[in-house]
Write a protein that binds this ligand. Sequence first.
Ligand SMILES: C[S@@+](CC[C@H](N)C(=O)[O-])C[C@H]1O[C@@H](n2cnc3c(N)ncnc32)[C@H](O)[C@@H]1O
Length: 291
Amino acid sequence: MTEQAWTIGRLLSWTADFFAQKNIESPRLAAEVLLSSALHCQRIELYTRFDEVVSEVVRNDFRGLVKRHASGEPVAYLVGQREFYSMSFAVNQHVLIPRPETEHLVSETLDRLPAKSAEPLKVCDVGTGSGAIAVCLAKYLPQAKITAIDISPNALEVARSNAENHRVSERIEFREADLLSQVQGEVFDAIVSNPPYISESEMAAVPDSVKKFEPRQALVGAGADGGQTTRDLIDQALPRLKPGGWFLVETSPMLAPSLKSYLEGQPKWKRCGVVKDSAGHSRVLWAQKQS
Ligand SMILES: C[S@@+](CC[C@H](N)C(=O)[O-])C[C@H]1O[C@@H](n2cnc3c(N)ncnc32)[C@H](O)[C@@H]1O
């Protein structure tokens, strides 16, 4: 009896079943992304090549990726990229993998800023990581000048290469700094951030694939509730915003009510609010400075 050949279709079914047995999220999608990476092709191409037999060399590479994913390593790090706001971003272990929730922060920012303006808009992205937010804002606000800050020089290297790949590097200035401490004598139309906001105690419940592989500095916020980094940022942002300027941060549903009260307690903010993500969780905290 001849052995059944390892075609693309068969490899995908086998791997999706294997991942499903290991309770891995989106098993079929993970199998497709890893196989297209091993084959150096677009995921969509797999569908027209189902009956193609996969070479021993490619199968070996694929097997390695499958093993690493089965032991928790995120697909995005294995293939070195992740889609965000329909754009592809290079990622490595020095940067947080951009999350779909953060797309709400980008769209809420775009909703508040004019697409065209007489003066170039000035926007600051604090804790830029892979540069996902800064690059999207630069793409969709062609007149904006962006300052992208991170405390991690390794993250800034990734962000710079993403800005170059998306041809917006001439409008983004990258700075290594602790929050807004190095921003002196400059004011912005908007300050946006997805800061670290998980508390030490919440970290215990975070999945191993996040805890073991994503940078701790990108996840854990200061203070017992994880919200001190955001409160520090609120305090530092106020004097660095133009009158009527916008402040937008991603946060957790647990922190959103107390952070909103914190903003409401400061009269220099004209108004503030919280926007829910597509899962119905409070996610984006926004505030506008008095005019
Ligand atoms: C949650 S990640 C966000 C990354 C990216 N903006 C995104 O949304 O995918 C937080 C980022 O803030 C950076 N960070 C942490 N503490 C910081 C600080 N005190 N000052 C500046 N950046 C900081 C981390 O290095 C990390 O890149």
